[in-house]
Design a protein around this ligand. Sequence first.
Ligand code: ATP
Ligand code: MG
Length: 462
Amino acid sequence: MELIPEVQDVFEIFSSHGYEINLVGGCIRNFLLSKPIKDYDMCTNASPEEVIALFSRTLPLGIDYGTVHVFVNGKEFEITTYRKEGNYIDHRRPDKVVFVEDIKTDLARRDFTINAMAYNEKDGIIDLFHGRKDIENKIIRTVGDPNVRFQEDAIRMLRAIRFACTLDFTIEEDTLKAIQENKEELLKISCDRIRLELNQIILSNHIEKGIDYLKSTGIWDIIFQKYLQHILQEPLLKNLDTFALLSEEEKLKYFFVILFYNDQEVEKRIILASHFFAEYNYPKSIVKDVLEIMKQIALLPLDLNEYDGKFVCRLIKKLQNVFDIFLNCGKEIFANTSKQFIFDTIEKYYCKLDKENMIKSRNELAVHGKDLLEIGFPHNSAISIALDELVELVMENPSLNEREYLLEYLKNKGIESFIQRDRYFQTKNNAKERLKTEVILHKRLQDENEDLEERLKQLIKE
Ligand code: ATP
Ligand code: MG
């Protein structure tokens, strides 16, 4: 195994002080698979304090578990003291970590045979659990009894599926059976750990394999039953070629829209999806877009006459960077249904638009608020309404983005018409505010167990 210079440096520092040092885990696996190596994790018989003493730059993140991060030439390495784990509490984390003298015990606590190999310059590749053979046969197998290993730490079940679909491997029979038998243990695992593995399954090149394993083991129901309450249609993703071309963030958004959207009960699904995202701590950037796409799909009119270039521009303005995902999700969700024509129509108008020169926000207009003040707009939100209209106009037809033309357009329409529209929205908003206060009051009265009807009637009279 050829070592990069920084790893060689680390090896030399440990050896010259009389300590053992090995590469371990994913880097050996990926080396044997001729895949790119993400990070070089190492293990040693030196204690964490001894490791810290050897390097000028270290970070004791994970020191409770024996791990020290060291920096050499700007590169970061995780170095963990040989250890075994004490008793597991709650099938999650060992209640204490016990450091050990030999690497054999350290390798035995690792999850799968393919992840339990190490390398040092004296012994070459150390393969006590036949990981090499499992790599050749493309097999995921726990080190030791799978029932025991999954009961120690239930996240390993999801990791087995994650490695199966990132590496395109098969889960060995007893390991698979043990996942089916121990699936409920996953309920004891933190949602953050689950999210990290689930995302890797969604982002893997073999997501369909991941979904199949999730379903056949019952893990799917453990995670999603509460939020979906329906049997999954087969297959979930019909258009894997489109999916494969998306960026990581887009893949997650696409997956969750397809998973949660249901035309018959959109509101309920939006609520269930937001509960799922909250429980699993998904970042706001993803949640916001998924819910917005679901909402915009649900709001689409059924009457084809309502669609034109301007309508599609308005959608693009609302959805911005996720318009493509919206379109592709819609095409997939409604393929071969009576609603397919809606997305065909949107796509038809979308194709006609000049995407290269298209503007997406007010800042890109050839006129700004102060120009509107100069031609006589009052200093209020009528300006905002006019600018919005100009954005839609120019989105559909970029060549119109000329100062003179746009100002002329507004004058022809009549400044008064924008002021009136502003007034109309204001009163509509006021009405909404009033309604909101009434609802709040209504609730408060309910809490106090008072005579609702009477009080409300009085309130309305006032
Ligand atoms: P990747 O390339 O995705 O980072 P990896 O094999 O490096 O894969 P990590 O999650 O970084 O995976 O873990 C590093 C190593 O630590 C694994 O190869 C495995 O030996 C061990 N390991 C990680 N998580 C567990 C676990 N829950 N139980 C047992 N061993 C584990
Ligand atoms: Mg790793």
